[in-house]
Write a protein that binds this ligand. Structure first.
Ligand code: SF4
Length: 228
């Protein structure tokens, strides 16, 4: 373990302060979602240090790399976090839907299971960062989303973090990284829709590469309700 860079340590303190506040103010009504590829590991580690009762929602799409599933399980065991696998009506979903209709595939395997899970919570914490892609450049730390006809707080505590901040935090706390990062995957999703990136590409350039799709819909379809 090595001491974190001062700026990174300060950013981490600010995030932990925010999380402590949310976990107290919304006790039992806060959930973190994480895919265990990058920033989600930072936040899941903070959860393990602050309040192990906070659930970590993991979208079990059925198409994760085996390395992702194994890493998630090792992480949960090592840090004791309560990971909740959100599954899909897999029987009703043709396997090749990702190639014929990826938006529908993401809706069935990601958006709808998350929507069902969030019905039980008032605060949804995610690890989105502005640096990840153009589509995420203007995200706020706190936002309001409409889920199932009601408003919930969506909190993105790492909005202003860089990839370097994430790496420094993990190194400083001796937290392992996703093994595929070493093989050039800078953003890790389902295997049919993810490739490694090359230098100069944005972190998420390997997601749905060669198509116009850039997001699964989780972070874009739930606009605030009109009268809020
Ligand atoms: Fe389907 Fe690909 Fe979306 Fe995963 S990322 S849910 S495989 S379209």
């Amino acid at each position: 373990m090595r001491p974190p860079h001062v700026a990174c340590a300060q950013k981490a303190d600010e995030v932990e302060t925010l999380l402590r506040f949310l976990f107290r103010a919304y006790e039992g009504r806060v959930a973190l979602s994480a895919s265990f590829g990058g920033g989600g590991i930072v936040l899941a580690h903070m959860v393990s240090r602050i309040d192990l009762r906070v659930p970590v929602l993991f979208l079990d799409t059925g198409f994760h790399f085996p390395e992702t599933v194994a890493f998630k399980e090792r992480f949960a065991q090592r840090y004791g976090v309560h990971v909740v696998d959100l599954s899909t009506a897999l029987d009703a979903t043709p396997d090749a839907l990702y190639s014929t209709d990826p938006d529908r595939c993401c809706r069935i395997r990601k958006v709808e299971p998350m929507q069902r899970a969030l019905a039980d919570f008032d605060v949804w914490i995610t690890a989105l960062r502005r640096e990840q892609s153009e589509t995420r450049r203007s995200i706020n730390v706190v936002d309001v989303h409409a889920v199932g006809g009601r408003s919930i707080l969506k909190v993105m505590p790492l909005a202003h973090w860089t990839r370097r901040d994430v790496d420094e935090y993990l190194a400083a706390h001796d937290v392992p990284s996703h093994p595929l990062l070493e093989r050039g995957y800078t953003s890790i999703g389902c295997w049919p829709c993810t490739r490694p990136t090359v230098e100069g590409e944005s972190e998420r350039a390997g997601r749905w590469s060669g198509t116009a799709k850039t997001e699964c819909g989780l972070h874009s379809i739930w606009a605030p309700p009109p009268h809020d």
